[in-house]
Design a protein around this ligand. Structure first.
Ligand code: APR
Length: 234
């Protein structure tokens, strides 16, 4: 029998218990910075070294944290389902947990890209410095989708969601589009599960006919949900 497709949209909340701060749980500040200062093209133009430094710190921090039970439990689903994770997170905790298919909507901390040609993307584990250039000679920047920039992976994410049999949404405040509207691409009536200790409702989710909200943290809510879904497949 063909495995059912599960699409999982994750946000900062799934990595919170690994020690990475969420965006909107600390008065709109991201690790002490106004998000527009460190996550927008204007911020980059105004103070390049502050932005580089900020992501260099995030890259360092990433090496000090590990996947939690939430990330790990999602891997379990691959035994019975065709699983695709669409994450808004720029960390690599899903990959390190062992998930095999992860689409990063907002870029990846462990990659750098050219400032003249967005198709030139490089694996990057350490700091990006002012001397680091792409093969066309331009400065490298973090491979992060900043506010106001295009979301190149959206088309693929929408396509994957459009063939989902089940959708899971975890740890996101559903405030940033287009990610927040992804569930609108899901076939109507499919079961949607939303795991978040402080779930937000928005128009798309209110419209979902088959929505189950699990108001729990990722490390407890995801294992419970995974157990329910795995039991159903027996
Ligand atoms: N487990 C699950 N969810 C949690 C946990 C936890 N332990 N702790 C907090 N949360 C939830 C919060 O209740 C909130 O709904 O995680 C969500 C975090 O929301 P945001 O900080 O807004 O993060 P996110 O939705 O991922 O932000 C989207 O905004 O700044 C941009 O590009 C950035 O990808 C990011 C996007």
């Amino acid at each position: 029998m063909k495995k059912k497709n599960i699409v999982i949209l994750t946000g900062a909340g799934i990595s919170a218990e690994s020690g990475i701060k969420t965006f909107r749980d600390s008065n709109g500040l991201w690790e002490g910075h106004d998000v527009m200062e460190v996550a927008s093209p204007q911020g980059w133009r105004n103070n390049r070294s502050l932005v580089q430094d900020f992501y260099n710190q995030r890259r360092k921090q990433l090496k000090e944290v590990s996947p939690n039970q939430g990330h790990l439990s999602l891997v379990e689903l691959e035994k019975a389902f065709n699983v695709c994770i669409i994450t808004q997170n720029v960390d690599d905790l899903h990959e390190r947990a062992g998930s095999s298919r992860v689409v990063h909507l907002h870029g990846e901390l462990l990659k750098a890209r050219s400032t003249v040609d967005p198709s030139l993307v490089y694996e990057w584990n350490d700091d990006i410095s002012e001397n680091d250039k792409c093969e066309k000679g331009s400065q490298l920047r973090p491979h992060i989708v900043w506010f106001g920039e295009a979301v190149p992976m959206l088309e693929q994410a929408a396509m994957l969601t459009s063939v989902a049999d089940i959708m899971i949404i975890v740890g996101t405040s559903l405030q940033v589009y287009p990610a927040a509207g992804l569930s609108a691409y899901a076939p109507s009536g499919i079961p949607i599960f939303y795991v978040d200790p402080f779930p937000k409702t928005n128009a798309e989710l209110n419209g979902a006919q088959n929505l189950t909200v699990i108001s729990e943290k990722a490390t407890t809510g995801i294992p419970k949900l995974v157990q329910i879904l795995m039991e159903k497949m027996k």
